[in-house]
Every structure is written in C-alpha cells, then in structure tokens.
Design a protein around this ligand. Structure first.
Ligand code: COA
Ligand code: AMP
Length: 630
C-alpha cells in the first residue's frame, strides 16, 4: 500500500484503521471499538480496553523470548560511563521499584513527579509508575524550583522521585536543594520522596520524608503489571502556553500504545531489535515518546545519552555514539546540528567514524533551517527527514513515512500529514484557504489516538485553548501553508510561545517574572532569531517613576530572576531598559513589530500604532544588545 492509500483509509475508516493497528498491542481486555465520541468535541480512544503500558514495553518482550536483547544503552560522556540493560534486567529492576512504590502506598491513579537527569533510572521510574497504573509527570532538570513547585501544586503528587544531581558541562546541578526548595514553595506536599544518589553527589536525605532509591527497594515484593482502562492517563507532561501557568497535557494509555508502536516501523523504519536513538531529554515529549516508550513498546534498543552535541568531549560525540552502538535511526533537534556545524564546519569528525549502520536522520522540535539540512545532506550522505509535532500530539503530525514509502524531500517542509491527521490551513474566519496560501494550521477533529484528550484539571482551558477558535478543529498554534502537492510548511507560532534550542518556552511566563521586579512598571518579552538556538528571549523593561538605580544593575537582577524562577533553560540573557513600549491606540503591545526590528526585517508600520517614534528607540535598544545579528 502507498502512503496515499493508507492516509486515505485512516480518514475514511478511522475505526477499521486503528482497530487494526491495535492488534499489535497486548491487551488484557481488547477494546470493543476504537473511537468514543459521546463527549464530542472531547474524544477518547480504546476507552473500554484494559491494558498495561509497562507490560507492553518490557514484560511481553521477555515472555516472547527476547529477555537477552538490550533494552537500554546508557552512554554518558559527562560521567565517563557506559552500560547496557537487557529487557530481562529491566523487568526485574522496574518490578522491584514498582513494588517499593506500592509498598509505600502508591496506587493506580496516584501522581508521581519524576525530576531526574538523563540516566536509565529515569526511564525505570516512568515504567515503574506505568506498571502500577500511577500517573507520572516528568519535570525537566533545567527548570528551577519555582517551576517544579507549580507542577507539584497542579499534579498534587503522592511521591516525587528525583536524582541527587545532574551534570552539565563544567558544573554539577544540585537537584536536591531545588527539590527541597520546590516542596517548600508548593502548597501541596508529597507523602515521600525517593532519591537516586549519584556518585557525583550524595544528597542529604530528610528523615521520614526521603528514601534512598536502593534502600527503599530492599526486601519488597516485586509488583506485577496492573491493567488500566484505555483512557487512563499514562502521564501528564507540562508544556508552555501563553501564560506562566503551564498546561498539563494528558496522554491516555490505549491510544499512546497503539499510535507510538505504529510510528516505529512506518515513520522511523526500524524493526524490533534495531537500535534507535533520540538525543533529547526525558523531560520533553521527544524523550517520553522516543527515548522511553515507543522504542521499548516496539522491542527496539534505545540509547540514553547524557551529554551535549559539542564539548562532551567534542563535536564528534554524535558520530561516535552512532557508530559504537550501531544506531539505525537517529533523531534530534536542528539546533544540535547547528552546534556541531559551528564547531566542525567541514565535517572532519564525521569522517572519523564508520556510519554505515545509520540509515536515516530525523529532525523535530523547531523549524529545520535549509542551511543545516543541506550541511547534513552533504556531509552525512543520508536522508535527512524533518517532521513536525507538538507535546500535545506526542508524535508526528506531518512527516515522511520512511517505512511505508519514502517521499521526495522538499527542503523547508516536514512533508505530509500522517495517518489520522486531517491537517488544514484556515483563514481567520475558519475557512480553508487555497493551496499555497498562508493561514492557521488546524487539524479537523477528532485527533488520532495518542494525542491529548484533555488537560489535567483544566478542561475549560483545554476547550478554550485548542477547540474554540476554529469550531470542529484542533488549533495547533502554528501558522503555515500546504502546497499543490500536499506538502505542509510550518512557518511560525500564532501565539507568544517561542522555541529556544528546541525547548518550548512562554514569553508570557517570562514577562510575569520581569513584572514582579519592584522597579519594573511594564515589560515585554519577544523571541528574536538566533543562529544557534533558533530563537532567544529578549526583554524590554519600562521602569517605575522615580527609579534612579543604574539600568545595568536592574537588567542583571531580572536576568537572575528568570534563571532562578524559570530556570537556566530559558536562556534569558538579553534585556534592556526603554522609556516606553510601542503600542496600538487601544494599548496592545506591538510585539510582532518589535520582533521584526530585532531581526532586521522589513515591516509595515502598523496602522493603529499610537506613536511611531517609539520604534526608533526600540531599534536603538536592540542595537545596544547586538541585534539584528550579523
Ligand atoms: N539540567 C540543568 N540545567 C540544564 C539542563 C538540565 N537538564 N539542560 C540545560 N541546562 C542549562 C544549561 O547548562 C545552560 O545553562 P547556562 O546558561 O549556565 O549555560 C542552559 O540550561 C541552557 O541550556 P541549553 O539550551 O541546552 O544550551 P547550551 O548552550 O547548554 O547548549 C545546545 C546548546 C544546542 C547544544 C543544546 O541546547 C542542545 O543540545 N539542544 C538539543 C535540543 C534538544 O534536546 N531539544 C529537545 C527537543 S527535541
Ligand atoms: P513542543 O511542544 O516542545 O514539541 O513544541 C512544539 C512546537 O515546536 C510546534 O508547535 C512548532 O512551533 C515547533 N516545531 C516542532 N517541530 C517543528 C518542525 N519540524 N518544523 C517547524 N516547527 C516545529
């Protein structure tokens, strides 16, 4: 069957198509049907099935005689450690951890926050939760205590599992004080914490609240897999929206299993047993789907890499890992390759390694710029495949179905809509536009299985954020176009979300932090183009009347405040003081115009601008920060 046949069938007969894909999952009770529409526009998939994610990701492979197959390869240049864990070992480890959690009172439906660096134990913690039906919420290690506290209050976890530390090049990130600080800040308090002590730092445990990862497993009965219903939340993953309050994306168990399993062959073209590597972090959706769940559900070997594309120790790290572990499909964000290209423009490191095992490279997380793709094509001589997705969808919305039928690559396009996604470009009135015309990218409901059915504790926000602007559609928040051949182009966000080194961040959230500085009367944060990270946040501060302190002192303080309250991952380092912000006559800040100025792009003077002279001041301020670049 061709891609076109499969795609058409998925839209004409979603029930038949997805029930067929569900056959590849081991159910405790098979679902009677795929789609449940009784609460439309809220849809659910495989709701009346009974199933366990951990069983499908671990136990079933052992039972099928593949216990000796390597499930996880841990490769950590920052700690000079490498080791392998087979499926049989993973089963023992996860069952033991799950048993210890159960012994401390964790039951199906309880939330568990996981705050860990890139170590196999992070995956084990996720799988142990899944084993007993607990709902995990992994929080990225680059977030500060305050962000962790916000998530604790929203998810109200019974337990938190954390590492003692993370390793960033040149520094140890002390997780334990961040964890303690977050629990102190949060209104909700977990019953207990489990701390995975690393060699690089042994954290001090709080008596009665904190348990050592190993000691707390001693003598416990290993837990068996607990079947849950298809609509049971497998996890909650918080992502940035337009405000400082992150959105808790829910992933429902049944659709997650079916859809992810389908993607491994059809999109990533791997067979069970092949080595698959997503160089991301378990704190992001790419890490959830493609470091942990999909490769394991499909019986692949996954690589847990603790390092950076450059500097750990050099720009050849990616190629070393690929060649040493025989990686067949490799997936990372374009920014990682921009970092490599900057250090090794002639691809000298690439020539040092035998990359014959590598079949295809996949890019996502941000727009893949043509320069980077062309550089990779030239130096790797492999297919470089861009694909577009979001935390909300959990896997590819538009991509190149390499396992069905590799399609011609058009640079700048992540190719075509994947099965189940009826992607359309709409004008402001919600009407489909003609091929080649720009508009909002929307997906006709229902979304396919594996995508978000709702937001945690925030159904109204879910409906308002995604389903209201274009009734009958899911609003992606991205803008773009579809060409005559059906190729999609994703050009920009329609909201204030920015993408910094493949990390999704809220400028609204940063503005909330700046506005809380006592000297700041008003502020704006925009995303400016950056050669390495794609975008960087830039802040503009208007000070309260009578503030006479030196501006650079205030700038330094707000930069530190964002680092302390959101985290280093925000990469907020550019800020300046201005007298006024450009606004419309009705008082709306003209952020898009400010972005054009900072990027050195032509722009049309907004007809509703209150005072055009302010734009000269903005131009001067961004020039002071070294922008536009180059
Ligand atoms: N724990 C604690 N701090 C972290 C962290 C973590 N897990 N991850 C990043 N940080 C810190 C970094 O140390 C850095 O701090 P600094 O301001 O003190 O230097 C800051 O957060 C910004 O990190 P990062 O965005 O990673 O920038 P970088 O300059 O360290 O590296 C790249 C740039 C391009 C090499 C890096 O961003 C990268 O590898 N990106 C891959 C993209 C990716 O994984 N995307 C996920 C979606 S696919
Ligand atoms: P996240 O939820 O962190 O995965 O971020 C999702 C957002 O990243 C999307 O809405 C896009 O704005 C952007 N994005 C992800 N992948 C791509 C891609 N391949 N091309 C363009 N933008 C992308």
């Amino acid at each position: 069957m061709t891609y076109a046949d499969i795609y058409k069938r998925s839209l004409d007969d979603p029930e038949g198509f997805w029930m067929e894909q569900a056959e590849a999952i081991d159910w405790d009770r098979k679902p009677s049907k795929a789609l449940f529409s009784d609460r439309a526009p809220l849809y659910e998939w495989f709701k009346d099935g009974l199933v366990n994610t951990c069983y499908n990701a671990v136990d079933r492979h052992v039972e099928a005689g593949n216990g000796d197959r390597v499930a996880i390869i841990y490769d950590s240049p920052v700690t000079h450690t490498k080791h392998e864990i087979t499926y049989a070992e993973l089963q023992t480890r996860v069952a033991s951890l799950a048993g210890a959690l159960r012994a401390k009172g964790i039951e199906a439906g309880d939330r568990v926050i996981i705050y860990m660096p890139m170590v196999p134990e992070a995956l084990e913690a996720m799988l142990a939760c899944a084993r007993i039906g607990a709902i995990h919420s992994v929080v990225f290690g680059g977030f500060a205590a305050n962000e962790l506290a916000v998530r604790i209050d929203d998810a109200t976890p019974k337990a938190i599992i954390a590492g003692s530390c993370g390793i960033e090049p040149g520094r140890v990130v002390h997780y334990k004080p961040l964890l303690d600080g977050a629990i102190e800040l949060a209104k909700h308090k977990p019953d207990f914490c489990v701390i995975f002590q690393r060699e690089q730092e042994v954290a001090k445990l709080i008596e009665g609240r904190d348990y050592d990862w190993h000691a707390f497993q001693y003598g416990v009965e290993p837990a068996e897999c607990v079947p849950v219903s298809g609509d049971h939340p497998a996890y909650i993953l918080y992502t940035s929206g337009t405000t400082g309050q992150p959105k808790g994306v829910i992933r429902a168990t049944g659709g997650h299993l079916v859809a992810l399993n389908w993607t491994m062959k059809n999109i990533y073209d791997v067979e069970p047993g092949d080595v698959f590597w997503a160089a991301s972090d378990v704190g992001w959706v790419v890490g959830h789907s493609y470091i942990c769940y999909a490769p394991l559900i499909h019986g692949n070997t996954t690589v847990v890499f603790e390092g950076k594309p450059v500097g750990t120790p050099d720009a050849g790290t990616f190629w070393r890992v690929i060649s040493e572990h025989k990686v067949k499909s490799f997936f990372t964000a374009p920014t990682a390759f921009r970092a490599v290209k900057r250090v090794d423009p002639d691809g000298e490191f690439i020539k040092k390694y035998d990359l014959s095992c590598l079949k295809t490279v996949y890019l996502a997380g941000e727009r893949a710029d043509p320069d980077t793709i062309e550089w990779m094509q030239e130096h790797l001589q492999k297919p470089i495949i861009d694909h577009w997705w979001q935390t909300e969808t959990g896997y590819t919305i538009a991509g190149n179905p390499m396992g069905i039928e590799p399609m011609r690559v058009k640079i700048g396009s992540p190719t075509v809509a994947m099965p189940g996604y009826d992607v359309q470009i709409l004008d402001e009135g919600g009407h489909p536009v003609k091929a080649g015309e720009l508009g909002a990218i929307a997906i006709k409901l229902p979304l396919p299985p594996g995508t978000l059915p709702n937001l945690w504790n925030a159904e109204e926000r879910f409906i308002k954020s995604y389903l209201t602007h274009f009734p009958g559609y899911y609003e992606t928040g991205d803008a773009g176009m579809i060409d005559e051949d059906g190729y999609l182009y994703v050009m920009a966000r329609t909201d204030d979300v920015i993408n910094v080194a493949g990390h999704r961040l809220s400028t609204g959230g940063m503005e909330e932090v700046l506005a809380s500085h006592p000297d700041v009367a008003e502020c704006a944060v925009i995303g400016v183009s950056d050669e390495l990270k794609g975008q960087l946040p830039m802040g503009f501060l208007c000070l309260s009347n009578g503030v006479t302190r030196p501006h650079d002192e205030i700038v330094k303080e707000v930069v530190q405040k964002v680092r302390d309250q959101i985290g280093p991952v925000a990469a907020f380092k550019l800020a300046c003081v201005v007298d006024r912000l450009p606004k419309t006559r009705s008082g709306k800040i003209l952020r898009a115009t400010m972005v054009s100025i900072a990027d050195g792009k032509d722009f049309k003077m907004p007809a509703t601008i209150d005072d055009p002279a302010i734009l000269d001041e903005i131009k001067e301020a961004v020039a002071g920060l070294g922008y536009p670049q180059g």
